[in-house]
Design a protein around this ligand. Structure first.
Ligand code: PRP
Ligand code: URA
Length: 208
C-alpha cells in the first residue's frame, strides 16, 4: 500500500489559509498555489536517489553528489499548471509532460483531451501534479496514462484531498505515494471537496 504524506509546515499552513479564503483574488491565489508547490517539493523529493561524481573546485578535486535520475513533472490541466513554476524553482532541470482532463459535471468521470510526455518519462521520477484529489478519478486516469507511456517511478503531488479520493487512488495505484497538504472532510453532492477551496482551475485562471 502506498504511503500518504501530509505536510504541516507553518509556512504551508499559512498559505493554505490564503487560498481557502473565498475573498482571495486570482493573482494572490495563483502566487500562493505556486509557492506551496515550491515548499512541498522539498519533502516530496527528500528520498530521491543521488550519485557521486568527481568535480574540481577552484581549490581541489573532490567527489560530490547529483540527482541519479531525471525528474519529470506531469501537471493535470488545468489546475496542475498552477504548481509547475513553483516546483521548477527548485528542480529547474525537470522536464514537463502535460495531460488534459476535465470532469464531466454530471458523471464526475474524467475525459482526456490532451497528452504529451517527454521521452525521459520512462526512467525518470515522475511527479503527477494536481492540487485537487476529489473522487480521485482524474489522478487515477492520469497515472494510468503515464504508466501506459512507460513511467514506472511515480509520485502524486497535490494540495487538498479527501478520504474518498485517497482510498480510490490507493486502490487503483498502490505503488504511487501520495503527498498533500490537507485531507479534508469529504465530498459534497456535486463532487466538490468540503471545505476545500472551490474550483481550483477557475480560481487560478479567473474563469469564474
Ligand atoms: C478538477 C481538478 C482535478 C479534478 C479533481 O479539474 O483540478 O483535476 O477536478 O476531481 P476528481 O478527483 O473528482 O477527478 P476539472 O475537471 O474541474 O478541470 P479544470 O482543472 O480544467 O478546471
Ligand atoms: N475540483 C476542484 O477544483 N475542486 C474540488 O473541490 C473538486 C474538484
Amino acid at each position: 500500500m502506498s504511503k500518504v504524506v501530509v505536510f504541516d509546515h507553518p509556512l504551508i499552513q499559512h498559505k493554505m489559509t490564503i487560498i481557502r479564503d473565498k475573498a482571495t483574488d486570482t493573482k494572490t491565489f495563483r502566487e500562493n498555489v505556486n509557492e506551496i508547490g515550491t515548499l512541498v517539493t522539498y519533502e516530496v523529493t527528500r528520498d530521491l536517489q543521488t550519485k557521486e561524481i568527481e568535480i574540481e573546485t577552484p581549490i581541489a578535486k573532490t567527489k560530490s553528489k547529483i540527482l541519479a535520475k531525471d525528474v519529470v513533472i506531469v501537471p493535470i490541466l488545468r489546475a496542475g499548471l498552477g504548481m509547475v513554476d513553483g516546483i521548477q524553482k527548485v528542480i529547474p532541470t525537470a522536464k514537463v509532460g502535460h495531460i488534459g482532463l476535465y470532469r464531466n459535471e454530471e458523471t464526475l468521470m474524467p475525459h482526456e483531451y490532451y497528452a504529451k510526455f517527454p521521452k525521459e518519462i520512462v526512467n525518470a521520477t515522475v511527479l503527477v501534479v494536481d492540487p485537487m484529489l476529489a473522487t480521485g478519478g482524474s489522478v487515477i486516469a492520469a497515472i494510468d496514462r503515464v504508466k501506459k507511456a512507460g513511467a514506472k517511478d511515480i509520485r502524486y503531488v497535490g494540495i487538498v484531498g479527501c478520504p474518498e479520493g485517497i482510498e480510490a487512488l490507493q486502490k487503483s495505484h498502490p505503488d504511487v505515494d501520495i503527498y498533500m497538504v490537507s485531507i479534508d472532510q469529504g465530498l459534497n453532492k456535486i463532487g466538490y471537496i468540503v471545505p476545500g477551496l472551490g474550483d481550483c482551475g477557475d480560481r487560478l485562471f479567473g474563469t469564474k
